[in-house]
Structure formats: structure tokens, C-alpha cells
Design a protein around this ligand. Structure first.
Ligand SMILES: Cc1cc2nc3c(=O)[nH]c(=O)nc-3n(C[C@H](O)[C@H](O)[C@H](O)COP(=O)(O)OP(=O)(O)OC[C@H]3O[C@@H](n4cnc5c(N)ncnc54)[C@H](O)[C@@H]3O)c2cc1C
Length: 381
């Protein structure tokens, strides 16, 4: 007899799982009116699906838990799977795979695949309980019974796209530990000394950001609320509180300026408006290189290690992911099944696994779903 499986959530992980399980074996319960809301908005509308470089080193979380799934369903396996569905992602930014034109290309594949399963839309899961060997999944409309429940309800980020705490609530109810959550891949708000950043909103410059031992390279984008951009989003994964250090002039060779007759705002490789703002802060005139004093050079070089403490982050409303989540010590790395409750599974972002920017979070959503599907399919045989 086929087991009746309920998947909570109709996002990336749930959709991959439902596509890998036999026809009519699954009921997806999704609180939105549509599937895969995050897929659609991801990667600037083109969905950064995966990355040429893969491994636990690109994630926060337990290496021993993460790597088996990434190996079982690697980025190559994902690309091959997509190819079989006639989707050929394109390589951008050297190592990131995106949909060619729109995220819809990926979502359409999943929507087509999901037609073989039952889906309840606009139903919010409120609670799960277990009596004897049966799960009771209570929604705002009904109670659905199941032999197995897969919690694929994601994290807390982007509540306007359907995020809720249900995955953590269920985990805790069944005796699981939930590692403290926080917004991740998110911009930083600034304190008074950096309020001038807000006036630079819209400007972008390449930087290197140090957070503890971690180095995040890429663009920094000045924003109305503070700062954002790929390097900042990555840095937010490692930041809890305290100072970060930004090199605004990475690889810049200072020798260039000593004999130059150009003004500093033209010499320094940053947008002119940004250089002028820093010169104002440092109390240095926008003079030519040859007129610069040794003391002024010293001051300018502080831009190689500009250190300050962000006020906080832009919060869950703007965070691409949620750090923390269901503790992976209590989940089996092979099957994604709870080590405490037979038949209860967790996949995707709800787990304490968070990828860096670059397609890592979708790869995790898909790889963890694959592990779960492989185990369930084997059990059914
Ligand atoms: C703006 C943005 C851009 C992103 N871009 C990228 C990118 O380019 N590359 C990348 O790798 N990652 C990206 N991410 C992260 C990625 O989208 C997530 O990590 C991934 O979607 C997680 O998959 P999931 O299935 O675990 O959770 P989700 O995709 O979040 O799916 C969870 C689903 O559960 C539903 N749900 C929640 N609570 C309930 C409930 N109580 N009852 C019923 N249903 C419920 C939600 O509505 C949602 O549909 C981005 C995220 C955001 C917000």
C-alpha cells in the first residue's frame, strides 16, 4: 500500500520532492494561491539556480549533514535533471547558473510536474499532531491525515511571499531543537557616523568586506536604509553584532597617485561622488596627487580598512534567507527524517543550513528534497 504523504509548503524544495515521488502519492498544502512564489522573484527575476562551485564550505551549517545531500544530488545532477526537462540554464558571473530569460522557465517545469499530485491552495497549516502511526495536519480549512509529513515550509524571510514560523513550531512541538534564527543575505542599516551613506543611495562600488575570518568580495550598493549589494548580503551571513571592516579600494596601488596631476576624485577607483563624500569625512581637499601630504595619504589609506559596526539589518522583510532553523543533529542526513519522530521529514531552508549568495540555497532546497525522495521511494518498494 502506498503511503499517504503530506508536504507542507509549495516552494522550491516541496516542488522538487513532489516531482520525484510517484503520481498521486503526495498532497501539497500551500498557503499562497500559487506555487513557488520565491522562485519567481529570485535572482532578479532570473533565478540563480546553482553554482559551478559546490560544497559545505559555501554554507553555514554542519558539513557532515550538508555534504552527503550535495553529493547525492550535485549541481551536475541538477543540471542534468533540468536538461531532461528541456531547461538549459546559462552561466553568468563566471560560475552562477541562471534561467536564460525568466525564473518562470523553472517554475513552469515544476508546475507541470506538480500536476501529478494533489494540491491544496490558500490553505495555511496551523498544527501537526501524531496519534498512533497517523499524522493529523490541521489547516485553516480542514484536517488532513497522513502516514508521513514533510515540512518544506521554508524560513521567515519575505513574509509577503507566504513565509511563516510553522516549520519551527512543528519541530519544537515534536521535541526538536531550533537553532536561533536571524535574517540572512540582507542589507545592513547604519549608525550615525555612517548616515552619509544614505545620501549616496544608488551608487555601487567593488569592495572586500571582512567579518571575523570571512572575506566577502563584490559590489556594495549604497541604499536609502544603509548598504546592500552582493558583498554586503554575503557578509550578513557571518555578522551577528560588532564591527565589520570594508576595503573600499581593494588591490589599489597607492604609488599611482604620488606623481599624478589628476584630482583625487578622478584618481581613486570609486564613483566620484563617493570619493568626494569620503574626502569630506576625512577633511581632505579634492587636490591633485602631487599635492597630497604624507599625513593625508595615511588618512586615505584608512579606506582600505574602514571599520564600523552596522546598526542592524534590513530584517526578514528584505532578507533572502533565514539563518538558523531546525537543528540538523536531530535529522538523518541520508533521508532528512527526524531522528525523534518516525515519518516526519524536514527539507530545504527550514533546516539549519544557509547558503551563500550564488544559487546555493536553491541547490540545498533541491538536494535535500532529492535525499528525502530517494529514501521514501526506496521504502515504498
Ligand atoms: C528575493 C529573493 C531572492 C532569492 N534569490 C535566490 C537565488 O537567486 N538563488 C538561490 O539559491 N536562492 C535565492 N533565494 C532563496 C531561495 O528562494 C530559498 O532559499 C528557497 O526558496 C527555499 O526553498 P524552500 O522550499 O525551503 O522554501 P520556500 O521556497 O520559502 O517555500 C516554502 C513554502 O511554504 C509555504 N508556507 C509557509 N508557511 C506555510 C503554512 N503555514 N502553510 C502552508 N504553506 C506554508 C510558503 O508560502 C512557501 O511557498 C532568494 C530568496 C528571496 C526572498
Amino acid at each position: 500500500m502506498n503511503k499517504k504523504i503530506v508536504i507542507i509548503g509549495g516552494g522550491a524544495s516541496a516542488l522538487m520532492l513532489a516531482s520525484l515521488l510517484p503520481k498521486n502519492s503526495v498532497t501539497i498544502i500551500e498557503s499562497n494561491a500559487k506555487l513557488g512564489a520565491k522562485i519567481l522573484v529570485s535572482g532578479g527575476g532570473k533565478c540563480n539556480i546553482t553554482n559551478t562551485l559546490m560544497g559545505a564550505e559555501y554554507f553555514l551549517g554542519d558539513e557532515a549533514f550538508i555534504n552527503p545531500s550535495l553529493k547525492r544530488f550535485s549541481q551536475q545532477s541538477l543540471l542534468q535533471w533540468l536538461e531532461r526537462q528541456r531547461l538549459e540554464p546559462v552561466l553568468r558571473k563566471e560560475r552562477q547558473y541562471f534561467c536564460k530569460n525568466s525564473s518562470k522557465e523553472l517554475l513552469d517545469i515544476f508546475i507541470k510536474q506538480s500536476k501529478k499530485q494533489k494540491i491544496f491552495f490558500n490553505e495555511k497549516v496551523l498544527d501537526v499532531s501524531k496519534r498512533d502511526d497517523l499524522f493529523y495536519v490541521k489547516t485553516n480549512k480542514q484536517t488532513v491525515t497522513a502516514d508521513a509529513v514533510v515540512v518544506a515550509s521554508g524560513g521567515l524571510s519575505f513574509p509577503k511571499l507566504g513565509a511563516s514560523s510553522i516549520g519551527y513550531d512543528i519541530a519544537e512541538k515534536f521535541g526538536h531543537r531550533v537553532v536561533k534564527t536571524a535574517p540572512g543575505l540582507v542589507g545592513f542599516t547604519v549608525q550615525k557616523d555612517q548616515f552619509f551613506f544614505k545620501e549616496l543611495s544608488g551608487l555601487s562600488t567593488d569592495v572586500e568586506i571582512k567579518v571575523g575570518d570571512n572575506l566577502c568580495k563584490g559590489a556594495l550598493l549604497f541604499a536609502h536604509k544603509g548598504m546592500s549589494g552582493p558583498a554586503v548580503l554575503d557578509a550578513s551571513l557571518y555578522w551577528e553584532k560588532g564591527k565589520i571592516e570594508i576595503d573600499f579600494l581593494p588591490q589599489f596601488s597607492w604609488e599611482k597617485i604620488y606623481k599624478s596631476k589628476k584630482q583625487l576624485s578622478s584618481l581613486l577607483p570609486m564613483p566620484k561622488r563617493l570619493t568626494k563624500a569620503f574626502l569630506l569625512q576625512l577633511n581632505i581637499d579634492d587636490k591633485t596627487g602631487i599635492k597630497i601630504t604624507t599625513d593625508e595619504i595615511k588618512l586615505l589609506k584608512t579606506l582600505n580598512s574602514y571599520s564600523f559596526a552596522p546598526a542592524g539589518t534590513f530584517g526578514y522583510a528584505k532578507a533572502e534567507v533565514t539563518k538558523g532553523g531546525v537543528c540538523t543533529d536531530e535529522v538523518d542526513a541520508k533521508s532528512m527524517m527526524s531522528k525523534k519522530v518516525e515519518g516526519l521529514y524536514f527539507t530545504g531552508e527550514v533546516l539549519d543550513v544557509t547558503g551563500r549568495l550564488g544559487g546555493y540555497n536553491f541547490q540545498w532546497a533541491f538536494s535535500s528534497a532529492y535525499s528525502c525522495a530517494k529514501f521514501i521511494n526506496k521504502e515504498e518498494k
